[in-house]
Write a protein that binds this ligand. Sequence first.
Ligand SMILES: *[C@@H]1O[C@H](CO)[C@@H](O)[C@H](O)[C@H]1NC(C)=O
Ligand SMILES: *[C@@H]1O[C@H](CO)[C@@H](O)[C@H](O)[C@H]1NC(C)=O
Ligand SMILES: *[C@@H]1O[C@H](CO)[C@@H](O)[C@H](O)[C@H]1NC(C)=O
Ligand SMILES: CC(=O)N[C@H]1CO[C@H](CO)[C@@H](O)[C@@H]1O
Length: 400
Amino acid sequence: MSPLRLRLPVPVLLLLSTFWWAPSTAVRSSTLHLARRGGRRSFVPIAPGRQILSIPNYVARARLGTPAQTLLVAIDPSNDAAWVPCGGRTGCAASAPSFAPTQSSTYRPVRCGSPACAQVPGPSCPGASCAFNLTYAASTFQALLGQDSLALENGGVAAASYTFGCLHVVTGSSVPPQGLVGFGRGPLSFPSQTKDVDGSVFSYCLPSYKSSNFSGTLRLSPIGQPKRIKTTPLLSNPHRPSLYYVNMTGIRVGSRPVSVPASALAFDPGSGRGTIIDAGTMFTRLSAPVYAAVRDAFRRRVRAPVAAPLGGFDTCYNVTVAVPAVSFTFAGPVTVTLPEENVVIRSSSGGVACLAMAAGPADGVDAALNVVASMQQQNHRVLFDVANGRIGFARELCTL
Ligand SMILES: *[C@@H]1O[C@H](CO)[C@@H](O)[C@H](O)[C@H]1NC(C)=O
Ligand SMILES: *[C@@H]1O[C@H](CO)[C@@H](O)[C@H](O)[C@H]1NC(C)=O
Ligand SMILES: *[C@@H]1O[C@H](CO)[C@@H](O)[C@H](O)[C@H]1NC(C)=O
Ligand SMILES: CC(=O)N[C@H]1CO[C@H](CO)[C@@H](O)[C@@H]1O
């Protein structure tokens, strides 16, 4: 039942190489001036990690410890605990940026028996410090729980004593190499640990995954959020308490509703069926019957011969085709209409375009889950207003 396992099936990950643009050699910082300076009411600049770190997550610069050590951390709304790779043993040259707790005067290990230790899943106490294991995608970690000062770039100090996992052993790959800050709904997430200041409200605008600019914005408080934004109620699943569930009630391809039985979309905490908003997954995944209906409607509208599948995508075209908009309707009702850039992915050569969605796993806890993923959210503002139990959507261009 771990929400940490909520990630792309491997074939979809593999196709990333097909669609991989050459990574840029340097992290660009020239666009930082776009974020208003002057304290915590401004924006945290975010960028797709795809070009910078070869990961599907969006990243922000974090400063951890005293003096501050800078890491490019993934921002993940479907996880709670933050974790960073920890190194810094004297005499060891770190090959990749990692956090050196011994170099920070404000780092404190979390002791066994402390309240923070009780908040991590499956804590153990081999010594005096609180230890836990974590899985993320296909990787597992062993971590020690610690606390230190955390700030996200341009967002002010989030917390003088932020609780996070210090990773010592990592098995597996394709994880955010410089760590992750969970933006889920559990007690260890960023919104929870900063709620006294940020009021359990944040929003983001994700720039195009092809961009390498930090032109996206993460807004960390109720102040400065869009006043006029269409919202849908947030639903909670006690079995998967980290996740932001919403009530998706219909899907359209072009102007036509896709024929999906209401029962295939209905929220059911017991089985996990329903729809979540996530940004740690790159491409929207729909439960198998829902995806089949959307794909069939899409193919009927496009009317060109379907070419061979590419990676995890089964609806690809060799030729230039006119692509219908796809709309998701949520309770409210709120309809989010996705233009072409949120609907199809084009190969690097430009020759092939595929419907950028896939069917979820055939079985397991995620089989009935629909995941509205980052590619489908890019260039929209998505508001996570936990304080008022709602999620909002508005079109906003944040790609340079
Ligand atoms: C974490 O995993 C390691 C290796 O599998 C195991 O030895 C250890 O006991 C686990 N720790 C916890 C807290 O479960
Ligand atoms: C979701 O929306 C449908 C249609 O409006 C409604 O019938 C259903 O009760 C809603 N489900 C939840 C859990 O709010
Ligand atoms: C797509 O292109 C490939 C390679 O050029 C070709 O083998 C295939 O027949 C084409 N498919 C369609 C449906 O045009
Ligand atoms: C303003 C700016 O820095 N734009 C850059 C954004 O990133 C792209 C590459 O992804 C560059 O080509 C732009 O110059």
